[in-house]
Design a protein around this ligand. Sequence first.
Ligand code: ZN
Length: 370
Amino acid sequence: MEHIDAVARLAADLVRLDSRSFVSNQAVADRIAAELDGFELERIAYTDPAGVAKQVLVAHRGPTKGEQGGGVALSGHMDTVPDTGWQDDPFSGRIDAGGILHGLGAADMKGPLAACIVAARTLPAHLPATLLITTDEETTKQGARAIADRSALARRAAPRGVIVAEPTSLVPVRGHRSNIDFVAVAEGIQAHSSLGTGRNANWALIPFLVEMKALAERLRTDTSLHDAAYAPPFSDFNPVLDNHGAAVNVTVPKATARIKFRYSRSIDPTPVVQAVEAAAERAGVRLTIIRQGRPPETPADHPLVRAAEAVTGHEAETRPFGTDASELQEIAPCIILGPEVMDTAHSPRERASIARLAAAVPLFHRLMGA
Ligand SMILES: [Zn+2]
């Protein structure tokens, strides 16, 4: 099959370069830039909240919108989740005798990203080829945010649609949930717990959490807060608690609750945000709210959705998870469509079939107008 060697070589090289979200992605960005001869390349640098240098890439070749109506851009992310649980080398980039690529990010999504880059490179030159290559997708979406806010090249290329090539087994996904993260911090006074002089921060956090439990139950049971177009129909409201390692004979000086709230396009998040704010106020805990872009949802009858359905033979679906589309929708309507499956992603068995990755290349070409 055409493109097999090019996809295999690039995908394996990308897996061999460590770009877990908490380290710099510079080496991966440089490796990709080396593939993009003949493209106009824009590098956008930023520093993540931990002070780590990051870089995202926008590449374009061929006519821009002013010249020819705008093309369909391809997008992927360079970062991966941490190598939790891996026994084998997560950065081996080994391709076995069955043509399976092994390693962290093989499916999510260095393999699909390699297919995007090969598709852009091999698209006939008279057609517009645009790549939006992000990082920090697995954490904050800050890379996609940087492209949406700052890319002059994306603005000039002005694509009419974006394919976010996350692994969907080549099923087009036209909408997904987005999230708001709440961080509630209660402060106490640290002392030996036997003395009676300290104050345990949990006593302030607990009344807040009781209200959060009621809110979570309401989101599950009140059907007026459901969206039947999604499975499950109720929003995700997931708390994680942290006493920052305090021992049981210490009055806890700091107690943190992090809550991820995922909601779909038709759900108004305002009443939930207000309820969390009011509960935090009542309990006297400090609240920080971190918002991603609003949930992306491209209408079922949009030409990009119709074209993706025609090319793949699958009806478009919705999904409960998030992608960079929450930010990239500001550039153009998005669909999520990529080779490989989520089954092994974020697991120590992550793998991707080179044949399946390469098979996505002609499919991308058709959606890009070839
Ligand atoms: Zn991904």
